[in-house]
Design a protein around this ligand. Sequence first.
Ligand code: 13P
Length: 257
Amino acid sequence: MRKKIVAGNWKMNMLQDEASQLVNDIIKEVKSTNDAITNEQEIIIIPPFPWIPDAVKQVDGYDNISVGAQNSYHEPRGAFTGEVSPEMIKSTGAEYIIVGHSERRSYFNESNEFLKQKVNAVLEAQLTPIFCCGEPLETRESNKQNELIEKQIQESLFHLNKEQISNLIIAYEPVWAIGTGKTATPEQAQEMHHFIRQLIAKKYGDTVAENIVLLYGGSCKPNNAVELFSKNDVDGGLIGGASLKAKDFIEIVQSFN
Ligand code: 13P
């Protein structure tokens, strides 16, 4: 059975005290709601780089809560001022790295080819990439979303072998739904997740496709998570805004039927 995952991408939010408070509040919420997470579920907290080591320490001992990073460079070390490598992130105890968030693609011009290198580097460090794909509004309006998602996945992931692709999570985040309050309908999310799973099946076979975790991201909130997560191919969410409030975040975590 596929794991149910809810990951909180804090983006560039939270000062040091606020960050440690939020992690504590998340832990408190989990403890106070006994059934908040089952063994088949995982919560991933993804704070800005400087707060990762503290977050890792804070969640130590909670089996179903892990920590990740929002980005990394594709080289393990060297003269790359300002960059952070997957090895460094791994050495803090974090386990996941987001690759190819639409904000990285658009503000930092990260191409499919560049993201391919990042995916390789994250896997090389034995961490799990959370690979993001998603179409902008114009693409959805001209009904070309499937072609675009196929291209993003093909160009950044299809060089991987079966074992490598099995160690990766894919997040579908339609750009028009991110931070806009405009969520994809559960049907739109299911349709795209199903399409992605079929792409994986065609290339890697049914078993790999059946086991790969597909998350939905884009204005996922406590009031729409239940419906989104009820869809067959939606295995959880990558949450932005609503992950900054412990109560909302844990309500989303509890949205699986
Ligand atoms: P919002 O939930 O704020 O729309 O952000 C989604 C996202 O980009 C998560 O990575």
